[in-house]
Design a protein. Structure first.
Length: 285
């Protein structure tokens, strides 16, 4: 397998919107080495022609609206044998919230922390992006407020949130993703963490039965709106859902979609320009 690496220079005010677009296009992971630079990785199965076309369109629109705003991009093929070395340059251990540390397999685990060992080579979700980081922080805060019976992670990616749930003490954890590569990556990371009680499935929430005490969904806003009826139907009456992946300005439509199903907004959590929403059937948590 080969991979595609896109190096993009973009004015900082537009960077978060670009990252969301890249994630929606099937990006495996995003690194932000500089304030005005984004490095994005795609599998060989990605529609590279469409990605290049869309980036060229963004470039043209920015140049037309303000010629002083510089947007450039290049891409190259990375052979499989060079993939891990490429990631190692940019992926290092980070502390998230009060308890979590996210680290790659080649770094030493930290004492006194909940270590989440993630091989970033195949899927999105390393804890470095604001949306994943927010989910981990909110899971840490709200887990004591629910039963730790059954946890669901929608769009599991690397499996980082599912693994975190297992390490927080949830008895059963289910992660689903429509991307085969993500499913493979999540299963590999579960092995790296030696965590039991986790089932990873290829598919979506519509393929699942039963209800859950805690649901996480780190997915773009349009998909969250579409999935609102399914989220409420799979959430226990005293459960909590954390919905991430939404830029400021887009969160209201997600809030309204959830409200129409009966879910109430518990917290609007902001990290940079990214919003995570905590919702529940309960009026008080």
């Amino acid at each position: 397998m080969t991979y595609f690496e896109f190096t993009i220079r973009i004015p900082p005010p537009f960077k978060d919107a670009l990252i969301q677009q890249l994630i929606g296009a099937g990006c495996l992971g995003v690194v932000e080495p500089d304030n005005d630079r984004v490095t994005a990785y795609f599998p060989e199965a990605a529609d590279i022609k469409t990605i290049v076309h869309d980036l060229a369109l963004v470039q043209a629109l920015l140049e037309k609206s303000d010629p002083s705003e510089k947007f450039t991009f290049t891409h190259r093929i990375i052979p499989e044998q060079d993939w891990n070395e490429t990631w190692k340059k940019d992926f290092h251990a980070i502390d998230v919230g009060v308890h979590f540390t996210v680290l790659p397999p080649w770094e030493k685990q930290r004492k006194g922390r909940i270590n989440l060992v993630i091989d970033p080579a195949m899927a999105f979700g390393t804890g470095h992006h604001e949306t994943t980081r927010s989910c981990l922080e909110l899971m840490d805060w709200y887990t004591p407020k629910v039963r730790r019976d059954h946890f669901l992670d929608l769009g599991t990616g690397t499996g980082i949130l599912a693994i975190a749930a297992a390490k927080l003490g949830y008895r059963r954890v289910t992660g689903v993703d429509t991307d085969k590569l993500a499913v493979e990556a999540a299963r590999k990371n579960i092995e790296l963490n030696q965590t039991g009680g986790i089932e990873i499935r290829e598919g979506s929430i519509s393929d699942l039965d039963g209800t859950y005490d805690f649901i996480t969904a780190n997915i773009i806003a349009s998909v969250l709106v579409e999935l609102a009826p399914l989220v409420v139907s799979h959430l226990k009456q005293d459960g909590i859902a954390v919905l991430s992946g939404t830029l400021t300005g887009q969160d209201q439509e997600v809030i309204e979609a959830m409200a129409q199903t009966g879910l109430k907004l518990v917290e609007r959590y902001l990290d940079g320009k990214w919003v995570s929403l905590v919702v529940s059937c309960r009026t008080k948590i």
